[in-house]
Design a protein around this ligand. Sequence first.
Ligand SMILES: Cc1cc2nc3c(=O)[nH]c(=O)nc-3n(C[C@H](O)[C@H](O)[C@H](O)COP(=O)(O)OP(=O)(O)OC[C@H]3O[C@@H](n4cnc5c(N)ncnc54)[C@H](O)[C@@H]3O)c2cc1C
Length: 281
Amino acid sequence: MESIKSFTDNSLSFYRTTHYFERYGEFYTVDQFREYCDWAKTNNTKVYILGNGSNTLFTGKNVKSLVLKNKLIKQVNALPNNTLEVSSSVLVIDVLKYCYENQFESFYYLASVPATIGGALAMNAGRGKQYQLTIYDFVETINFFDFESNCIKTVRKEEVIKGYRETIFTGIKSSLILSATFKFNNKSFKENPIIERCKWSKKNQDNSSPNCGSVFKKADFHILNRFKGFSFGKTAFSSKTYNWILSNSSSSFPIVILIYFVRILHFVQRKVALLEVITVD
Ligand SMILES: Cc1cc2nc3c(=O)[nH]c(=O)nc-3n(C[C@H](O)[C@H](O)[C@H](O)COP(=O)(O)OP(=O)(O)OC[C@H]3O[C@@H](n4cnc5c(N)ncnc54)[C@H](O)[C@@H]3O)c2cc1C
């Protein structure tokens, strides 16, 4: 397929590691996405849908999966009764700005998250586990293209969510979220919640080097806490923010090694460690 390109790049993951992408494509329509998936099926290749790459870890020097960047048209359509229809390529921050301008209650705790709406919906993005708040608190329906059945489906959130940071779309899947409808309640604000969240993030989160936020969605607190500041080469677990790897190398190998160390320690102590970042090879 002519539109599939090969190149070396460091901008597709927020870890900013450099990789040779053997197969990379961009889709602007559902038909183009379907064509890529047909090609991948014929050529026995895995498909990886890329939003903004803020939760994506490319593990090898060469990436063999067909990486498909979401370039669907960005649309935010206002419907009656405080309802919005948003396409999956729109950035979360743009929805939040719209919500604030219209005095809507919303998922402002995601203001510091550089995600697309598609990525946030696929990941069930939200606040830390103890808060039990996610983007789905505002979702009514999701529209997606299912490659296996070759049709566009509309589902309710109950049919999508599988657990903490997990939905039917999480990981290497060929179901593409196209858009979602959100319903918001009115709320008046004394302070701008977007600015407040960004201040909070600056104080509590470590953005001194490239990162993808939290690394594990489930881990033993004491084990992970011992890794604070632990480094492998120039890449390290942040000493400021728990469960947070700062990447300072062009290679993702040190990140993979740090994750491996954490897993080994969990295994030895018979504890469970589940990755939040999505690994792609
Ligand atoms: C500084 C920082 C802070 C963060 N803070 C938080 C936080 O507070 N809470 C939180 O939950 N996460 C947080 N994250 C992690 C990350 O931003 C989220 O997981 C986010 O939802 C990923 O969105 P993305 O568009 O970058 O997705 P990507 O990383 O591109 O993809 C993630 C997953 O979504 C899938 N996907 C993407 N788009 C689509 C689509 N259209 N259809 C189907 N599947 C799709 C991918 O295939 C993959 O499985 C943070 C990350 C950073 C860098």
